[in-house]
Design a protein around this ligand. Structure first.
Ligand code: ATR
Length: 276
């Protein structure tokens, strides 16, 4: 292949050296025979717009956006998908002639990982989402679109869960509360979207929300099981998953938006698990 003919994509963040996105997208491109390259770009926190504009001027076609720039990307985009609007955050930019499309593929990645990779349907299930920050907000619409029997949102600060209930009321019912409000209620799927695992902390959850059929899903991933997953297992959940599958699936969704081709994901998920 002639290098100059490759379409350029990148992930932008700060920090960025840990990002697995270049590995994932390069594997997708090889597998689907797409003439593209994908790099990681570190941007100063106050220079997001400039860094993106430079990349675009040099012929860049699209970007993934990670911490701390998802809100900057939301504001930078000239038009937004509905799921990005509701997430109030953008993790994927697509540069078109005079426009910049902002999308958010995180929720679709989560849903696809749960349904397709783990084989657990969300439809008619009792789902508990833990957290009411940016990560939680990003997955609400895709979960509601699967018609769960219940979507409860529990947060350390219950008022933030109530706010999400109001903001999403035209898309479906949400039961908001604090963690202990759900004591004694059992859920089929419990998703940790708090940032607690980042600090090796455990949200102050009731222990009686799991059944042996429950899936406990931590949107974070690390080499060792997170404290949330250990707690879930100790209290009866038999299906446990971390966020590696979601990471690969949100990337696949971005790749599809850019290239119109859906890559195969299972082999990359398996490969990443062997690296950790
Ligand atoms: P992110 O973009 O990762 O969601 P965020 O918007 O700062 O980050 O939100 C962090 C979320 O994790 C919030 O729901 C926060 O709870 P509060 O709203 O009460 O602050 C939650 N969180 C962080 N650390 C936590 C902990 N140790 N226990 C429980 N919840 C925690």
């Amino acid at each position: 292949m002639v290098t100059s003919k490759l379409d350029a994509y990148a992930v932008i963040g700060n920090p960025i050296s840990h990002s697995k996105s270049p590995l994932i997208h390069t594997a997708f491109a090889q597998q689907t025979d797409q003439a593209m390259k994908y790099e990681a770009i570190l941007s100063d926190t106050d220079k997001f717009n400039k860094t993106v504009a430079n990349f675009r001027q040099q012929g860049g076609k699209g970007m993934n956006v990670t911490v701390p720039f998802k809100l900057d990307a939301y504001e930078f985009a000239t038009h937004l998908t509905e799921r990005a609007k509701l997430a109030q955050a953008v993790n994927t930019l697509k540069f078109e002639d005079n426009e910049i499309l902002g999308d958010n593929t995180d929720g679709a990645g989560l849903v696809r990982d749960i349904e397709t990779n783990l084989g657990i349907e969300i439809n008619s299930k009792h789902v508990l989402l833990l957290g009411a920050g940016g990560a939680a907000r990003g997955v609400i619409l895709p979960i509601l679109n699967q018609n769960p029997a219940t979507l409860a949102i529990a947060n350390r600060t219950p008022q933030k869960a109530q706010l999400l209930q109001q903001q999403f009321s035209s898309y479906g019912d949400i039961i908001p509360g604090g963690f202990m409000d759900f004591s004694g209620q059992q859920f089929d799927i419990i998703i940790n979207a708090t940032s607690a695992s980042l600090n090796d902390a455990l949200p102050a959850l009731p222990s009686n929300i799991f059944t042996d059929g429950s899936l406990a899903y931590d949107m974070m991933y690390s080499n060792e099981p997170t404290r949330f997953l250990i707690f879930a297992q100790q209290n009866g959940a038999q299906h446990l998953a971390d966020g590696i599958g979601m990471l690969v699936e949100q990337a696949a969704e971005s790749f599809y938006l850019w290239r119109g081709v859906r890559p195969e994901t299972k082999s990359i998920i398996t490969h990443l698990k062997t690296l950790s």
